[in-house]
Write a protein that binds this ligand. Structure first.
Ligand SMILES: NC(=O)c1ccc[n+]([C@@H]2O[C@H](COP(=O)([O-])OP(=O)(O)OC[C@H]3O[C@@H](n4cnc5c(N)ncnc54)[C@H](O)[C@@H]3O)[C@@H](O)[C@H]2O)c1
Ligand SMILES: O=C(CO)[C@@H](O)[C@H](O)[C@H](O)[C@H](O)COP(=O)(O)O
Ligand SMILES: [Co+2]
Length: 390
């Protein structure tokens, strides 16, 4: 011990969490006890707070009120504007003020967030900083929120144009996934959720990829009411939870679920809300698949499968900023910083498995952007033979 130090106390504590994700039907039917189970009726605390995505007011406000009225639970519903442009500290502090008004307790009567994953991320962030963290419940209402955010421990808001720059690890104590809520979700957001399903399929589930490849358009058209919707959603959730549970606090920054999230974040934020998160992730997935092809790993046939699936589902195959080499290099530097100095770029070597690379040269970026142009122009259907030759 250096002479300057007189004494050192080592204090260590594990942050143990246990949270529950239920897949259920008709979560707002008074006969469904799941939401009611989160209400602690023993406390004399004030009203049950529901944080509702304002876009859902027309669809769900009366149903939420009727649910709690049927069980004699006094409820306060606050409607919060969501969408990426509202994923900020102001929205967070508005929710914090509502927590204060409703007398939110530190260990009981958790607030219930119902909405898209922007609302869920902001509500979770608010719950994590209010009184240094209170329990909360989430009911995601978008496909992306159901198959990705539902098992996540992460909350966040955007800050100064940086995606998720402020955030915490604070999972909801209970998540209820009710795919019936997708009935009112606009088509573009159903497609957007397929971007994160594509990510999961490419990195660790070749069957999930085949299901999306074969049934994706029909699943989107039916709002995921036709088969194999249940298998697709269950596999996507299971893939994400199996990755997260082994590294929930991200001590290891080599994370295959970062696939599709290296080039896309600054691009997504540079044009928000033009490009939705899942759309940006999907383009990044294709971009990185082309890098793998350039390196002789992924076959041209598999790249074509990815592009064709994206096109058929309705996902964009490119965006002008994915051709901006300087932007792409800046994105990699930001990712390297976010990952404590290592790029840790996940690269799919065959559909369903993934490794990491630590460097991408400017020349490779030029090769990939040239191929992306060819792939995007042919819409993934009949790629020019010269484009993909192995
Ligand atoms: N915490 C995590 O681990 C995690 C994981 C993935 C993505 N994210 C974040 O999720 C966000 C994207 O979430 P999103 O794709 O759900 O977008 P979103 O929250 O913006 O919702 C999409 C739009 O649809 C509306 N909407 C939501 N559900 C609806 C429904 N059932 N019917 C009709 N309209 C509905 C919303 O009001 C919004 O206008 C991004 O900010 C991304 O960073 C977080
Ligand atoms: O977008 C998210 C989480 O925000 C997930 O889809 C994604 O797979 C992973 O969590 C990535 O690690 C990106 O997360 P983030 O740290 O950039 O928010
Ligand atoms: Co994501």
């Amino acid at each position: 011990m250096s002479p300057a130090i007189q004494n050192t106390l080592d204090i260590e504590a594990e942050l143990q969490v246990k949270y529950h994700v239920s897949i259920a039907r008709d979560v707002l039917s008074p006969d469904n006890p799941l939401l009611l189970e989160t209400v602690d009726r023993s406390t004399s605390s004030g009203k049950q707070l529901v944080i509702l995505d304002a876009a859902l007011s027309a669809f769900l406000l009366d149903r939420v009120k009727a649910y709690f009225a049927a069980h004699d639970v006094a409820v306060e519903v606050i409607e919060v504007d969501s969408g990426e442009v509202n994923k900020n500290l102001d929205t967070c502090l508005g929710i914090v003020d509502a927590l204060e008004r409703s007398g939110a307790r530190r260990q009981s009567n958790p607030p219930i967030a119902i909405g898209g994953n922007v609302l869920i991320d902001v509500a979770g962030f608010s719950a994590s900083i209010y009184r240094r963290g209170i329990p909360w419940v989430r009911v995601p209402t978008t496909l992306l929120g159901m198959i990705d955010g539902s098992v996540s421990a992460k909350t966040a808001v955007n800050h100064q144009g940086n995606r998720n720059r402020l955030g915490t690890f604070h999972p909801a104590m209970r998540t209820i996934v009710d795919t019936g809520l997708l009935a009112s979700l606009p088509r573009r957001h159903l497609v957007n959720g397929c971007g994160e399903i594509l990510k999961m399929a490419m990195i660790k589930d070749s069957r999930l990829f085949s299901l999306l490849e074969e049934h994706g358009p029909d699943l989107v058209a039916s709002h995921f009411r036709t088969e194999p919707a249940e298998e697709v959603i269950t596999r996507a959730i299971d893939g994400m939870q199996s990755e997260l549970r082994q590294n929930l606090w991200e001590k290891d920054l080599r994370r295959i679920v970062d696939y599709g999230h290296t080039f896309s974040p600054p691009i997504e934020m540079a044009v928000v809300p033009e490009l939705l998160h899942g759309e940006a992730v999907a383009i990044d997935c294709l971009f990185t698949a082309l890098l793998s092809y350039v390196r002789g790993w992924l076959s041209g046939t598999d790249v074509q499968r990815v592009a064709r699936t994206m096109h058929r589902v309705g996902l964009p195959l490119d965006h002008p900023l994915f051709y901006d080499i300087d932007m792409l290099e800046r994105a990699m530097e930001e990712a390297r910083l976010h990952r404590d100095g290592s790029l840790n770029l996940p690269v799919v070597q065959e559909i369903g498995s993934c490794t990491f690379t630590q460097e991408v040269t400017r020349d490779e970026l030029h090769q990939v952007t040239a191929l992306l142009k060819a792939v995007a122009q042919s819409a993934g259907e009949d790629l020019p033979a010269l484009a993909l030759q192995h």
